[in-house]
Write a protein that binds this ligand. Structure first.
Ligand code: ATP
Ligand code: MG
Length: 562
């Protein structure tokens, strides 16, 4: 938005303050801590741009740390996709670490906690523990196991590790304060027994640390200076600090600092890996990278560029206050990028034949047309013009109002980079549908020919393709995946109730011959129709295109109105 001097967001302000108070710049270090239980989504992109962006701004290292503390959920596929997505967004991590790298250290510190009387094994089940916590306005009830002896706790915890106790039979809890108004401090669980193989440690462990125990301690181990997370963790912050302080006075004086920012919510979509996983499992979408998904891989497949996503994250900024961003803002960013970046081609999506009556039967003229009028040096290419063409059905009306600037009988329009034509007649099938439009062209009006007629102004310009030269392509048109602006914001309904049944329309279209040579992933503007990308489903015989976004820019209109 404003190049050069940008006002500092609330997170950068925290860092500036710390530096001003003497925190050594060289000790700045950040991390991005995804749980590998699904593919990253556009919300994660916000956190990635924040953390890696700070890394760039301050010349500080940024770790990619997988939170793989739940062995049932972590998967190799997810681990790999996360790295691919971050790299594609244009960021590089310094260290690649897993919370599981720290399991042994975390265990040793848990033993220390037990020895200092700061942790105990509770034999109650989770519902009982939950019930005893009570509510913030009344004190919780102490577990009957709270005052177990150090030696009993130590023996029991070691047995838990060795797999001698069944899942659910006991947990390790921190002994903090059952009366605290902050529920997180009412003896939180540090370890639970889970008997599932872990994607990295196999069956080495039977106990796994909770988020609260693993996260801050991992930050500490890795020397992370600022641990930025979303606002729902704000009430965990006292626990984060408490557990870091328990690590003992003798250890490094640099303590990591948790600070929060608002999560990104986008209209007309859901943003939780669990919910996105359901869409995949239930076959609502084809895969995690379905172009309708708000995942980074889905956006990439659809044709979004890394630049556009970074630009979007930049525009929405970082703040403490949560809100919902209009999905049109994301569309604005990709249009903004592709307007200059994407070459133009002509494709007719909903074709009707157009015959130029006064054009020679067997002539083909190769007409020069600009690749991109918005970019200097984008060059030109040649497109074939012939007697039989295709234009859009919607670009013709037999009888039209004076405001209709496209083709009608008796009116003139220009065919893009070609001639001015005039509608003279139609042919209809038995059902009365137009099967052919007839027109005549003004032979002196060819674009760029320098004649007076070529300078003549007419109201409308249409895109077209030569019928004989056109190639058939498959076009996938996407609409919103949900037909409600806030699909998971209803108490009485499930987000699955708002699936838009028409989120995908597959069409066959006619394209100018040059599209045959576009490689997978390439992005172009289909003139007057939108921006499209070549989908990996394309074959030698048939190219498949995804519509990234239409050309119409509702967001800019909304902005200019307000
Ligand atoms: P999900 O519910 O989608 O799984 P999560 O927060 O559990 O989200 P993690 O993999 O634990 O996902 O998140 C990694 C990082 O990304 C965390 O720091 C988290 O705060 C951040 N993050 C997740 N969702 C968003 C979002 N919508 N907006 C901004 N940051 C997010
Ligand atoms: Mg999660």
């Amino acid at each position: 938005m404003n190049e050069g001097k940008k006002p500092l967001n609330c997170i950068a302000q925290i860092i500036e303050r710390d530096l001003a108070e003497g925190f050594p710049r060289a000790a700045l270090r950040f991390r991005f801590p995804p749980e590998p239980n699904g593919y990253l989504h556009i919300g994660h992109a916000k956190a990635i741009c924040l953390n890696f962006g700070l890394g760039k701004d301050y010349g500080a290292a940024v770790n990619l740390r997988y939170d793989d503390t739940d062995p049932g959920k972590a998967k190799r596929e997810f681990v790999d996709s996360i790295q691919r997505d971050i790299a594609w967004l244009g960021f590089q991590w310094d260290r690649l670490v897993f919370a599981s790298d720290h399991f042994e250290q975390l265990y040793e510190w848990a033993i220390e906690m037990i020895e200092r009387g700061k942790a105990y094994v509770d034999d109650q089940d989770q519902p009982a523990i939950h019930a005893q916590r009570k509510t913030p306005t009344e004190p919780g009830i102490a577990s009957p196991y709270r005052d177990r002896s150090v030696s009993e706790n130590r023996v029991r915890f070691k047995e838990m590790r060795a797999g001698e106790w069944a899942p659910g039979s006991c947990v390790l809890r921190a002994k903090i304060d059952m009366r605290s108004p902050n529920m997180q401090l009412r003896d939180p669980i540090l370890y639970r027994i889970i008997d599932k193989p872990h994607h990295r440690t196999g069956d080495q462990w039977h106990i796994y640390p909770t988020y609260d125990w693993a996260h801050g301690q991992s930050d500490y181990i890795e020397g992370v200076s600022h641990s930025f997370c979303t606002s729902e963790f704000e009430n965990h912050r006292p626990l984060y600090d408490y557990l870091i302080e328990r690590l003992g006075e003798s250890r490094s004086a640099l303590r990591p600092k948790q600070r929060e920012f608002a999560r990104l919510n986008l209209s007309y979509t859901v943003m939780s890996k669990r919910k996105l996983a359901l869409l995949v499992q239930r076959g609502v979408v084809k895969a995690w990278d379905d172009p309708r998904m708000p995942t980074i891989s889905g956006l990439r497949r659809r044709g979004y560029t890394p630049e556009s996503i970074r630009d979007f994250c930049d525009r929405i900024g970082v703040s403490k206050r949560e809100n919902t961003i209009d999905i049109a803002a994301l569309e604005y960013s990709i249009r903004h990028h592709l307007n200059r970046a994407a070459p133009r081609v002509m494709v007719v999506l909903n074709p009707v034949k157009l015959i130029i009556d006064n054009y020679p039967e067997d002539e083909t003229e190769w007409l020069e047309t600009e690749n991109n009028p918005e970019r200097e040096n984008a060059g030109v290419r040649e497109i074939p013009f012939t007697k039989a063409l295709y234009i859009e059905r919607a670009d013709f009306q037999e009888m039209a109002s004076p405001e209709y600037f496209r083709l009608t009988l008796g009116s003139e329009v220009r065919l893009k980079s070609a001639y001015i034509i005039k509608g003279v007649g139609v042919v209809k099938d038995e059902d009365g549908n137009i099967s052919e439009i007839h027109a005549t062209c003004d032979p002196d009006s060819r674009s760029g020919s320098g004649t007076a007629a070529s300078q003549r102004r007419v109201k409308g310009t249409l895109h077209w393709v030569s019928a004989a030269h056109s190639v058939k392509i498959e076009v996938r048109l996407y609409d919103r995946l949900f037909d409600d602006p806030e699909p998971d914001g209803h108490e009485d309904k499930d987000f699955m109730d708002f699936i838009n049944p028409d989120s995908l329309a597959v069409r066959s279209a006619y394209a100018e011959p040059s599209v045959q040579f576009l490689p997978t992933g390439h992005r172009v503007q289909f003139q007057r129709l939108g921006y499209f990308s070549v989908d990996p489903d394309s074959t030698e015989e048939k190219k498949v295109f995804n519509r990234i976004v239409t050309l119409r820019d509702t967001y800019a209109r909304i902005q200019s109105k307000s």
